[in-house]
Ligand binder design. Sequence first.
Ligand code: ADP
Ligand code: MG
Length: 189
Amino acid sequence: MHLTKNSFRQKCLKKQKSASTHNKVYKDSLLNQKLSAFLRKNRFKNILFYYPLESEVDIRKTLVQMRKKSKIYTPFMQGKSFKMVPFRLPLQRKQFGILEAGNTHKKIKNIDLAIVPVVGVDGDLKRVGFGKGMYDRFFETLRKKPFIIFIQKELCHTKKYICDSYDIQGDLLYTPTKTLLLGSKKRKQ
Ligand code: ADP
Ligand code: MG
């Protein structure tokens, strides 16, 4: 059968869903170790972190560590896209059960790193998400493309090119046990 973005998305969602949950704490900690090691070696000043859903890798440990060294932002949903707000507690539960820091009127212009959850990735390390295109729309508003780290619970990757021109492309992908790197922009591992 011909692989499309949508059929691949369904396949990846199934894979993430059927992944065992009994070792979630262990897998989360493996990923946090990798991510924080990378962030110690490569300094970033302004970082967009996702705030994890139950089904996503919990990267809050790294988020809290990085608060001491960098400015941390989280997505704040607005219609079909989102804007960034400085991370601060308390969080509020919004659409899709997503937790968010409070709104702010401050305009944040630039980030140098974005940490983004993915459902799947294609041969160009382009992102397949839940199918709402929120991150695609958000990245279009940025003046300069930041370094992008994709995070995935279980590797779901195809070598085929199934994504669209507007889909965001990662520089690096971490699962708890695997790392994929987009050729050109090598950083210290
Ligand atoms: P996801 O990125 O969550 O996997 P898709 O890439 O399939 O989702 O995008 C979902 C919908 O959003 C598609 O109909 C797509 O055309 C639309 N979309 C994506 N990016 C943009 C954009 N930058 N501007 C307008 N519409 C967009
Ligand atoms: Mg997309």
